[in-house]
Ligand binder design. Structure first.
Ligand SMILES: Cc1cc2nc3c(=O)[nH]c(=O)nc-3n(C[C@H](O)[C@H](O)[C@H](O)COP(=O)(O)OP(=O)(O)OC[C@H]3O[C@@H](n4cnc5c(N)ncnc54)[C@H](O)[C@@H]3O)c2cc1C
Length: 390
């Protein structure tokens, strides 16, 4: 059930589980209805908790969760032992189990990681070793005949093949998570931006904006506000500032090709210095999307600068030499909520509970960039466990 914040009191009173009014305390509040917030809400609701999801926008999933590459990552290039590594592998497996029974379009297409120059081939072997250390054994150096047969348009010196990589329709996934959560009594309130809050004796009190400002209390508050997670944590009085990490934003643009489909699956040039280069990621209809690049920005601004095309032509022609002038058309952008502009090791997911910030009944999620979509169900499990639920 999706309600406006102004209707929420009535709605709660009308639901079988809705004993709460807005002046009373509810069990759990999840702030943010992106794919991660919805996965968490689903996990908490299915564990028998009363859950309200507060979303600032008019509907769910309008930010990073629908402005990404839509890849199910197999778990190749993360720092072994990191949260990203653990949650991506677990999340990948959970997604492949979940999607077929929940009407979520997806496909285990496989993915090539490509060395374009002979000099880079040793790096393919190093990356394979890293993937193995991450727990991903299903990855191999492909022979040239297999690469040519699978991707005839690809220019390569060598390639790794990851059969478990795939594609997913993120909006369908969010709808399925929300459906599960609602079936277990959760309520999504839209137009419900969290403005401020404070730590109280037995939980958290939040002031929610929208047409009418409302105060609501909860025993457990999960801050899954994406780009705004730091801002939300900072306005809750009682959360130590020292536990709120700095945030950096980088925009990623996508360009697309209409009229032909040079690639059938994901093709990633070798990552350099822990950074992913512009890659191709077809959507489930076959549309070839190239991107994302990396542009440091100081606000969440989704404007796509068409001048970026020059960089894209150069990057894409490395592995698609017959790309014609004028073929790349502006697509869309997404903005990564990062905790550092440095290499991957400084950019793990940060999920803080009481032992990190000293506050009972609060879980903060920071820096949930890629592979947050892949990891979403595993993050749901992780947060549930952190909240002491089985
Ligand atoms: C360019 C790009 C490509 C990516 N590609 C992939 C990929 O291929 N595979 C993959 O696994 N991951 C990928 N990711 C990462 C993935 O998209 C994210 O990790 C994931 O979508 C994060 O979800 P979220 O719910 O944390 O954030 P969001 O989707 O941003 O949701 C946060 C929600 O919180 C709401 N909110 C904010 N402030 C408030 C407030 N004060 N009160 C109430 N609500 C509030 C927002 O409106 C929003 O709806 C990519 C990311 C980017 C940027």
């Amino acid at each position: 059930m999706v309600v406006q914040i102004t209707d929420m009191e009535e709605t709660l009173l009308g639901t079988s589980r809705g004993k709460a009014t807005l002046t009373e305390k509810v069990d759990c509040i999840v702030i943010g209805a992106g794919v991660v917030g919805l996965a968490i809400a689903r996990a908490l609701a299915m564990a028998g908790r009363e859950v309200i999801i507060l979303e600032a926008e008019t509907t769910y999933g309008t930010h990073t969760s629908t402005r990404n590459s839509g890849c199910i990552h197999a778990g190749i290039n993360y720092t072994p032992g990191s949260l990203k590594s653990q949650l991506a592998l677990r999340g990948r497996d959970l997604l492949y189990q979940y999607c077929p029974d929940h009407g979520v379009s997806h496909e285990m297409t496989g993915k090539f990681v490509v060395a374009v120059d002979d000099a880079d081939i040793p790096e393919l072997h190093a990356l394979k070793e890293k993937a193995n250390k991450n727990g991903l054994q299903e990855i191999y150096i492909a022979d040239h005949a297999e690469i040519r047969e699978k991707e005839p348009n690809l220019a390569f010196a060598g390639a790794l093949y990851s059969p478990l990589s795939g594609l997913i329709e993120a909006h369908e996934l969010m709808t399925a998570y929300l459906g599960d959560a609602e079936q277990h009594g959760a309520v999504l309130a839209v137009n419900a931006p969290v403005k401020s809050g404070r730590v109280i004796e037995d939980g958290i009190e939040l002031v929610v904006g929208g047409d009418h400002e409302t105060t609501i209390r909860c025993a457990l508050c999960v801050n899954s506000a994406g780009h705004s997670a730091q801002r939300v944590a900072a306005v809750i009085i009682g959360v130590p500032d020292s536990t709120i990490p700095e945030q950096y934003l980088t925009r990623g643009c996508y360009f697309v090709i209409h009229g032909r489909r040079p690639f059938n699956r994901m093709v990633y040039p070798l990552p350099k210095d822990h950074k992913v280069s512009v890659h191709v990621c077809p959507d489930l209809s076959g549309l070839n999307r190239f991107g994302p690049d990396v542009e440091i920005v100081d606000s969440v601004d989704y404007t796509l600068n068409p001048d970026r095309a020059e960089f894209f032509y150069k990057a894409v022609r490395r592995f698609l030499p017959d790309l014609k002038d004028g073929e790349l058309q502006p697509g869309y952008t997404g903005v990564r909520p990062k905790l550092s502009l440095e290499q991957a090791t400084a950019n793990d997911f940060v999920i803080h509970g009481k032992k990190d910030h000293g506050v009972d009944g609060l879980i903060n999620l920071f820096g949930i960039e890629s592979p947050g979509l892949t990891s979403s169900m595993a993050i749901g499990e992780y947060v549930k466990a952190l909240a002491g639920m089985n």
